[in-house]
Design a protein around this ligand. Structure first.
Ligand SMILES: Cc1ncc(COP(=O)(O)O)c(C=O)c1O
Length: 447
């Protein structure tokens, strides 16, 4: 990872994997050919580039993503190669190719490769950073209550173990409809409520339950300036890659961020089990110690015992694939495409549900990138809705309408959390609109 591009020589890819990569690129080119120059066609993309079951209206990409089929095939080729001579793979091939994946990931996000490691998932990254803190009684950890549930649990455990205090500040929803005011109100939460002895502040780039795209640089700056730079800032960017198409992990792009954790299997659509941790300053130790324990950042994290590395090895192809698709359909096309589709989706749902008392938004659409919450028509007027109501509705969409869409409860009201990826089409949101109206109708008569 230390070598300059001029000095570095990429390892030779095994012939069987090389053949799979050629086939995978051909799959993308054929997909574009099938679209016949008429612009991007999501139905063709869904059939040719993803493995999603045609029967489903799938608007829950935010949960576990959905792998890009060509990348999945490349990962499979790596897996097959590994099993064809396991010792050759683990002893001789794996490590140089992991370094190659790190270098390619660094190039994709504009990072210095020495600051980047690959991990199995974002949860591991959150654990590594939070568990590496040397917190003392009297120290504070700051989070907004929109943080991911597992991140809250890790912080609670770390604070309980060290005697530090966890400050979980509620985000008042809905946010102002003016994006500048909405962002400013989030920054004010840090300015007003963050304790001067805060050792760690954790912010989401995009929140999980509420799908809010956060002004992370402004939040990080506010946190640092409150403590003259003493607070370390961790950004949970599980949804960052590709959804924030302009994501750059460099000191000039994220000057006040100390750690950024990003999942690859969500919007970037890698096969499951690869994530990034960017740590430009302090290099946190792994939570699992193994052979590389005393040998520097990359070596510490690259090996946590024997496991499947195929997803990480497929990354160079995956980054190339997105860049090829950008070249086909326009620079930064994917992130923009998802966001424009999301705006259309929100408009479709608001239109359909407003006459029935639904269609509420928790934030301006500009504060959502590829996911948004839209209010469902109420099941009843006389009592707040509960998470049990949300489960009943979500199960009904799943069981009776083959619609995969999460339902959330905020302040006694139900919302769907929709997603928009390149395989989605406005027809998905029309199907969701109709299914929800029908399900709500049935549930109202039951209540
Ligand atoms: C905001 C956020 N952080 C962290 C995670 C955890 O990701 P993983 O399960 O890949 O570790 C998720 C998963 O949905 C998430 O939405």
């Amino acid at each position: 990872v230390r070598l300059s591009p001029a000095e570095y020589e990429a390892p030779v890819t095994p012939p069987s994997v090389r053949r799979a990569i050629v086939t995978a690129f051909a799959q993308i080119v054929r997909t574009q050919n099938l679209m016949g120059g008429a612009g991007f066609d999501s139905a063709i993309a869904r059939r040719r580039l993803f493995m999603l079951d045609e029967a489903w209206t799938f608007v829950n990409h935010g949960a576990f993503g959905a792998a890009l089929a060509p990348a999945f095939n490349v990962a499979h080729a790596w897996r097959t190669f590994a099993e064809s001579q396991p010792l050759r793979f683990f002893d001789r091939v794996l490590l140089p190719h992991m370094v190659h994946s790190v270098r390619r990931a660094a190039e994709f996000v504009g990072a210095d490769a020495r600051d980047l490691v690959l991990l199995p998932n974002a949860t591991m990254g959150l654990n590594i950073v939070m568990q590496s803190m040397t917190l003392r009684p009297g120290d504070h950890v700051f989070m907004l209550d929109t943080a991911y549930g597992a991140a809250k649990s890790i912080a609670q455990h770390v604070c309980a173990r060290t005697g530090a205090h966890l400050d979980m500040v509620p985000v008042p929803l809905p946010l102002a409809q003016d994006p500048a005011k909405a962002s400013a109100s989030l920054v004010q939460l840090v300015e007003r409520h963050m304790h001067p002895d805060t050792a760690l502040a954790v912010f989401d780039h995009c929140t999980s339950n509420t799908a809010l795209s956060m002004p992370v640089n402004d939040l990080a700056r506010a946190a640092k300036s409150k403590t003259s730079g003493a607070t370390e800032v961790l950004v949970d960017g599980a949804h960052g890659l590709l959804a924030h198409h302009d994501l750059r992990l460099s000191a000039s792009d994220m000057p006040d961020v100390d750690f950024y954790v990003a999942n690859c299997h969500k919007w970037l659509c890698s096969p499951k089990a690869v994530a990034l941790l960017w740590a430009p300053r302090r290099k946190p130790a792994p939570v699992v110690l193994s052979h590389g324990a005393d040998h520097g950042f990359l070596s510490q994290h690259v090996w946590d015992g024997c496991r499947d590395h195929a997803a990480a090895l497929s990354l160079p192809f995956l980054f190339d694939a997105w860049e090829v698709m950008d070249a086909m359909w326009g620079a930064r096309w994917c992130g923009e495409h998802m966001h424009v589709l999301l705006r259309l989706a929100v408009a479709v749902l608001v239109d359909a549900w407003q006459p029935h008392g639904g269609g509420a938004l928790i934030a301006p659409v500009a504060m959502h990138r590829s996911m948004a919450l839209v209010g469902v028509p109420p099941l009843r007027e006389d009592a707040p809705h509960t998470s049990a109501d949300a489960k009943v509705l979500q199960d009904m969409l799943h069981d009776e309408f083959t619609v995969e869409c999460p339902v959330k409860t905020i302040d006694g009201a139900l919302y769907v959390r929709i997603s928009a990826h390149i395989y989605n089409d406005v027809a998905d949101y029309r199907a969701l609109a109709v299914a929800v109206l029908s399900a709500v109708d049935q549930l109202r008569t039951r209540v």
